[in-house]
Design a protein around this ligand. Structure first.
Ligand code: SF4
Length: 178
């Protein structure tokens, strides 16, 4: 399996703000988050990257626990005001590209991995869900919350910031490695 040192060396080239390594066993998978997806998110039932397409929280947990290690990292984007959702979401692109690069590097070193990332997938202008299968299953990143993961709690546990200032947004990705 790829070593922590190899990942640390690779991410030096990117503006990664903070990161942590830990075991998937240490993650709490919460039905509470799924309730929020279902009742408060307009993406629910609209993409392969969101519930219910990602499976039940228990199925997500079982899948995640087949991996040995996790790598959580954050990047910072500057905005005029974090409560401006449209502007904030428009800054996801760079973080997603960094996530894809790290994921590609881990795979190139012979380690199987999956990444959970920000919000839901925006790769296609119109998601193939539910009529057809996902067009880019290797590239698609379900959002962290879709798996019942409370990112603020995870960040807190590993001494990572979850909020910074009214003009800085933190984006998070979690990569599971076999
Ligand atoms: S890659 Fe395309 S089809 Fe797959 S989840 Fe993303 S938007 Fe939908």
């Amino acid at each position: 399996m790829i070593s922590y040192e190899q990942i640390e060396e690779f991410i030096c080239q990117y503006p990664v703000y903070q990161y942590a390594f830990f075991s998937p066993e240490d993650i709490e998978f919460s039905e509470r988050v799924r309730w929020i997806c279902q009742n408060e998110c307009e993406r629910y039932d609209t993409t392969w990257a969101c519930p219910p397409a990602v499976g039940t929280v228990e199925e997500c947990r079982e899948k995640c626990l087949t991996y040995k290690e996790c790598f959580l990292f954050s990047t910072i984007a500057s905005v005029s005001d974090v409560i401006n959702l449209e502007e904030t979401l428009a800054t996801r692109g760079e973080h997603e590209e960094i996530t894809a690069s790290i994921e590609k590097f881990i795979r190139s070193q012979g380690t199987e991995c999956i990444a959970l990332s920000t919000e839901s997938c925006d790769i296609c202008e119109h998601c193939a869900y539910p009529e057809g299968p996902c067009r880019f299953p290797e590239k698609m990143h379900p959002c962290l919350e879709s798996h019942g993961i409370i990112v603020s709690e995870l960040a807190d546990r590993y001494s990572m910031d979850f909020t910074l200032s009214p003009t800085e947004i933190l984006w998070f990705s979690l990569i599971f490695m076999k």
